[in-house]
Design a protein around this ligand. Sequence first.
Ligand code: ADP
Ligand code: MG
Length: 567
Amino acid sequence: MKALRIKHNVVGALGMVAMFVFQPAMAAGLDGVQVLDGFRELVGYVGSPFLLGGAWIAVKITLIAMSIGLVLGLGLALMRLSRFRTLNSAAWGYIWFVRGTPQLLQLVFIFDALPLIGLRFDEVTTAVIGFALNEAAFSAELFRAGILSVNRSQSIAAAALGMGPLLTLRRIILPQSMRAVIPGLANDTIGMLKLTSIASVIFVNELTFRSQQVVGQNFKFFTVFGAAAVIYLFLTSGISLLQVWLERMFDHERDRKLTFSWFGLRASTPDAKPLDARVVLPATIQEPETNDHAWIGTLLPAESRTPRHRDEPFVACRNVWKSYGKREILRGVDLSIAHGEVVVILGPSGSGKSTLLKLINHLEPLDWGTIKVDSQYVGYREVPGGGGTVRPLHNLARARAEARVGMVFQHFNLFSHLSALDNIVEAQRQVYDVPRAEAEALGRELLKSVGLAAHADFLPHRLSGGQQQRVAIARALAIKPKLMLFDEPTSALDPELVGEVLGVMRGLADAGMTMIVVTHEIRFARDVADRVVFMDGGEVIEQGTPQQVIDNPTHERTRKFLNVVAN
Ligand code: ADP
Ligand code: MG
């Protein structure tokens, strides 16, 4: 069926072309036989080694220059996105200059300038250098646009799993940005292939240049240039096809079997399932009932169940201050959490609850004060003999990975190009070097225990909010956390889906996990929390057992807040 359609299209296109050629030819007084002879001659030129040789030079320049240009372009894009002023300005200046000057002049300049500094290359190499340097500027902006198109929540989730910036770029950001980048890159490639003709100014003997030479001898403009056009069209069609193929591979919402991996830059996940999986919607897949959460206890490594120092609090925030710009968000927060304790943080929007969680995990740096998890700073190191002075560590990603703090976000932040299982496997493999088989086994086990065994191969967009959040919890558990942070895990869910997520969290609390939960679910707080902390205006206003804080709040602000939430 598909083959037939393609055949129809091809025949149609050829017919159109023939009409376009025949009509003016007839009008010019040529008869049919002459036109056909012309065609035959044109086909002869298309197959001529002289022109094909020229085409090969164009292809060679394009392939090499494009490859180099893309690498340089990615580098420039990262410089543009860097927070270091100098890098940013240097990249900006380069792009400004290259985009602002004609490529022809750039080529001539390189051709004349390189020998002056003692670098002598043949014409083709010079052309490659010229085109690569030019492409770098253009692809840099394409890459930058692609990277910016990926939601920042993806990098935050990666950071919370202990992934470093480069790893995050390679495994999470680039694969998701490729779909936005590929059409532009295909444009650039096609443009470059055609523009190699201007390299004739530096004596590169490529296709257009060769056709001109032939025409100069036999004056057969139409047949020779027509043949060159056909060759160009053939080559550029190849690029267009490659574009279609690449776009499919990087379209992470497609169901397909194609997989491809290049230096770990993952193009696709095998989301294509047995035929019936396509028809059955994710929500309707029957999962076995799982009310038994005893498994969770077995997953925690022994060392995370015994704190380093029994006499110290497991999480200790001391006089924590944090501002964004001039606004003070946290104003001297003191909070201690015991090992195995479940603490619910309540508080109005903007009171600094999320910020406090981010500081505990060192997703944001502190301004003042200290935070220790299991008697260790996260991302800081005590200066020896400095009387308690701390200094930030360079390798933050490693510090986060070693702290083993799991984090669950309001908007799930699942990696949208990875299946449920791969979301769980990713950090284990990339951060903790767990062997694939082991990581997948744990992944499947975790999925089973959050009631999603049959959904292992589903991409996030095919899961309901509640299912996504359960995968996100499983993902956080896969790094064997000592401490779990939940930032309003049910606020983005439809009311009927809240229960399934809270159920998993209850199980986790029962299994003895130390948890800090920011939530507005008062019933959950009452049933599960060992302690409730009420925050407002960046301060802890009051804290105590759920009965104390929820049923008999001493502070006016707490009472007001509870009134609003209860209604
Ligand atoms: P909560 O979670 O209690 O609603 P947050 O900790 O998210 O509050 O935020 C507290 C305040 O800090 C908010 O007013 C918010 O606008 C501000 N804020 C949070 N993150 C940033 C940031 N990265 N830059 C600037 N302001 C921020
Ligand atoms: Mg918040």
